[in-house]
Design a binder for this molecule. Structure first.
Ligand SMILES: *[C@@H]1O[C@H](CO)[C@@H](O)[C@H](O)[C@H]1NC(C)=O
Ligand SMILES: *[C@@H]1O[C@H](CO)[C@@H](O)[C@H](O)[C@H]1NC(C)=O
Ligand SMILES: *[C@@H]1O[C@H](CO)[C@@H](O)[C@H](O)[C@H]1NC(C)=O
Ligand SMILES: *[C@@H]1O[C@H](CO)[C@@H](O)[C@H](O)[C@H]1NC(C)=O
Length: 490
């Protein structure tokens, strides 16, 4: 090759490279790289639900107990007025899109006609032994287009196979197959390690159970202390940690181990697995219905909401049907109040009409990652992204128009589809700090301890994050039910 030809070829190459660089810069800036681990599709869908419902129902409903002995006579199960569509409409009115039923609790009594035991609805007078509570719930849920989940208690105080590893695990797997093959799509399944101190020793074959579940239901989320899809939050009060990572190391977890309760409550910023927590809590003191109990006050339910949904979790609220087979009117009434309160607080975002700006934005003004993205209705895939990782304390600012801003709740949401990132954040009103916190995740709610604030400029500073922070939504809200220190909101 001659020297001229070679330099010609070099020039051509340079020209092409230059042209490529230009045309690439003219294209829309790309989203930043994700920070692993990421949620799976079914986990992302689960996270959007925010409020879901548990239905504890079974022989305990008729014996005024929480843990049955396993010696109950199936004849006591007779919910003469059972109407699963009343359960479902109560759930729908509360804004719930998934209801989870105790198909079998620790007493071993099955709410569906299992082939593998006669300790079930088959032996009860309800519908002359022809009833199936699981089927009734599935039909009612389908009619209103909501999803169903199931709980099948590993601890079984009735079945004689319990305590014998192989036969009991085979029995349990057989029942899992019945529940996951016969009733259509099941979106969540609940496993726990609850067990009395004198229960026989028993190893559960969790690996086999989980594999079988995934084989039979591809879009299901498996809940347990240790996932694999959703983890327990470590208490039954419904409170997540003020720091709450969806990430954790699954290898450090085991089911039914009390010493992991703190770890699962807060998660792990270095966690290698995406395993967000679910906060289970009952609307009453007990999980099953008791004549003597009444529902929690609205203010208690709201506190649970702020401490679960407002801390990057799901709130799983138990509402126990009574011995007639209906959700008590007192509970249904409280749920309507609860939904209406949530709607009152969050349906108006005072930031919506405001001018919004940020310290910088990825790809420049027309790049598509500007701060106005935090005010649109997409809380997942449109977001504000600052220019680069090295920026000190990136911030976003909301500026009121004219009369200023009055609010007592601040909502921040991260674009978790690209990983949970924020480690520390602070909020200022006219230069004065009004709130601070660590993690944000899907949703962080700050209900201000000082009550109402009034100001012109609200600034959210991200002090620490993994990579660039990506904020998908911000809200300033007024909660008329929040009266810290007896203050009456005006
Ligand atoms: C369970 O096993 C442990 C250790 O193997 C033993 O100490 C305990 O007594 C056993 N409990 C029962 C109820 O069999
Ligand atoms: C329970 O968890 C603790 C803390 O992670 C761990 O040290 C211990 O080995 C676990 N116990 C069992 C039985 O898995
Ligand atoms: C979780 O795993 C990561 C990666 O192996 C490790 O850096 C981190 O220290 C672990 N967390 C805990 C609490 O051990
Ligand atoms: C169950 O709740 C329904 C609806 O409020 C009510 O009509 C029924 O009397 C209740 N049953 C019992 C046993 O309290």
């Amino acid at each position: 090759m001659s020297e001229t030809r070679c330099s010609l070829c070099l020039i051509t190459t340079l020209f092409l490279l230059f042209k490529f660089a230009i045309s690439w810069q003219e294209l829309a800036p790309t989203p930043p790289l994700p920070i692993l681990p990421l949620p799976a599709f079914s986990q992302l869908k689960w996270q959007q639900r925010e409020l879901i419902m548990f239905l504890h129902f079974g022989v305990n409903t008729f014996t005024d107990s929480e843990w049955g002995t396993g010696h109950e006579n199936p004849a006591i199960f007779n919910p003469v007025g059972l109407d699963a569509s009343q359960w479902v409409s109560t759930a729908v009115d509360a804004g719930v899109s998934l209801v989870i039923l105790t198909a079998k609790h620790h007493d071993g009594f099955c709410l569906w006609p299992s082939k593998y035991t006669d300790h079930s609805v088959i032996k009860s007078p309800w519908k002359n032994g022809k009833g199936d509570v699981v089927q009734e719930l599935v039909n009612a849920a389908k009619a209103r287009d909501i999803d169903v989940g199931l709980y099948l208690s590993p601890w079984d105080r009735h079945d004689r196979r319990y305590g014998h590893d192989l036969p009991y695990n085979e029995y349990y797997l057989a029942q899992l197959q019945e529940l996951l093959k016969k009733y259509g799509s099941v979106r969540e399944i609940w496993f726990d390690g609850a067990k009395g101190p004198n229960a026989p020793n028993m190893s559960y074959y969790f690996t086999d159970w989980f594999s079988m579940v995934k084989e039979l239901q591809s879009s299901i989320n498996i809940f347990s202390d240790a996932g694999p899809d959703v983890r327990w939050v470590g208490n039954e009060k419904g409170f997540a940690g003020t720091t709450c990572w969806s990430t954790i190391n699954r290898t450090s977890l085991s089911i039914g181990n009390a010493s992991i309760e703190h770890y699962i409550n807060t998660g792990d910023p270095r966690g290698t697995d995406w395993l967000p927590p679910e906060c289970d809590v009952s609307i009453r003191d007990g999980w099953f219905w008791h004549k003597s109990e009444s529902p929690k006050k609205l203010s208690q339910l709201l506190e649970i909401y702020y401490n679960s949904v407002g801390r990057n979790c799901l709130m799983l609220l138990n509402v126990p049907p009574n011995s007639t087979g209906l959700i008590s009117e007192a509970d249904a009434h409280r749920l309507r109040e609860f939904r209406s309160a949530i709607d009152t607080i969050f349906s108006t975002n005072l930031a919506e009409k405001c001018y919004i700006k940020a310290s910088s934005q990825r790809g420049g003004k027309e790049g598509g990652f500007g701060p106005q993205n935090v005010l649109d209705n997409d809380h997942l895939w449109t977001y504000w992204a600052p220019r680069d990782v090295d920026e000190d304390d990136p911030w976003i600012e909301i500026r009121g128009s004219g009369e200023g801003l009055r609010f007592n709740v601040i909502r921040i949401q991260e674009a978790i589809g690209l990983g949970q990132r924020i480690k520390r954040h602070e909020i200022y009103v006219d230069g004065k700090q009004v709130a601070k916190g660590t993690t944000v995740g899907h949703k962080r709610l700050h209900r201000l301890e000082m009550g109402m604030v009034h100001g012109e400029v609200v600034r959210i500073r991200i002090r620490k994050s993994k990579g660039v922070p990506l904020i998908s939504s911000v809200g300033l809200h007024f909660d008329p039910f929040w009266h810290p220190n007896g203050q009456r909101p005006k």
